[in-house]
Write a protein that binds this ligand. Structure first.
Ligand code: GTP
Ligand code: MG
Length: 258
């Protein structure tokens, strides 16, 4: 039975590179994996897709009708839904242990609209699946940006209602003091709220709102130990694979966030 890993995250967060590395590592441990490219607009991927959205819809053709780039991507993903039976058949013909789904960075498609989640869910059906949501290390420049990223991560969770592993991608660009003084302390109750409180520029209402969001996400178990993942640290990819296996082995609590 196929197990699905859906990579989601903002543009440039490192999804495609991670897809490629995850496939390599999964295979090195003796399991089989394929990559599905669900980005109809991508020009070049760092892997050879086994199944490719570009074979089903033409983003350029849709773009040439006069729609803008974002609207064309949305329309392309919506058109993919019409081909879901063929896409599904192609995916399942590989009989792979793992199916890695790489997605476009335009988060609107997956966090706010119905087309993206509808397509992914129609592909996966009742098979075990987890989302890996990539929070770009760039968001760690200040606490309010971390809250923005977590809010986006929670929008994705509302849309999919799958188990979700939130990771910090491109973690090699994090300064060592951010790792020790921020990332590693996020599991402490009240820690992120205390960082927000220290922001001298933000209005009180903004801080109040951000702290409230953090509190709820913390209580819901959504802010766990965010796994740092880097393309330059193979051990971090293996750790992620370990966590994916844990989640997909269908432990007693399927609503895992960390
Ligand atoms: N420093 C660093 N750079 C990375 C890492 N992973 C990816 N990159 C770089 O970040 C850029 C974007 O990587 P992609 O994997 O294409 O990102 P993406 O999320 O697929 O981007 P979109 O498909 O455009 O949404 C590339 O230049 C990568 O080389 C990483 O772990 N660390
Ligand atoms: Mg990509």
């Amino acid at each position: 039975m196929e197990k699905f890993i859906v990579l989601l995250g903002t543009a440039g967060a490192g999804k495609s590179v991670l897809a490629s590395l995850l496939k390599e590592r999964i295979e090195s441990f003796g399991a089989s994996a394929i990559i599905v490219n669900l980005d109809p607009a991508v020009k070049k991927t760092p892997y050879e897709p086994n199944v490719d959205a570009r074979n089903y819809v033409s983003y350029n053709e849709i773009l040439s009708t006069g729609l803008g780039p974002n609207a064309s991507l949305i329309a392309s993903v919506d058109s993919l839904v019409l081909h879901v039976t063929e896409i599904r058949e192609e995916i399942y013909s590989f009989k792979a242990d793992y199916v890695i789904i790489d997605t476009p960075g335009q988060m609107e498609v997956f966090a706010y609209r119905i087309g993206g989640p509808m397509l992914v869910k129609a592909i996966i059906e009742d098979n075990p699946a987890t989302i890996v949501f990539l929070i770009d290390a760039l968001f760690f420049e200040d606490p309010l940006s971390i809250v923005s990223a977590l809010s986006l991560a929670s929008s994705v969770a509302f849309r999919f209602m799958y188990p979700q592993i939130n990771v910090v991608s491109k973690s090699d660009i994090l300064l060592p003091e951010i790792v020790s003084e921020v990332l590693e302390r996020l599991t402490e109750e009240g820690f992120l709220e205390s960082l927000i409180a220290k922001n001298a520029e933000a209005p009180e209402t903004t801080k109040y709102m951000a702290q409230g969001i953090v509190r709820v996400l913390y209580e819901a178990g959504f802010i766990g130990d965010l796994l740092p993942v880097s393309a330059y640290n193979i051990e971090s990819i293996d750790k992620l694979y370990g966590r994916i296996q844990q989640v997909l082995s269908g432990g007693e609590d399927y609503a895992v966030y960390r």
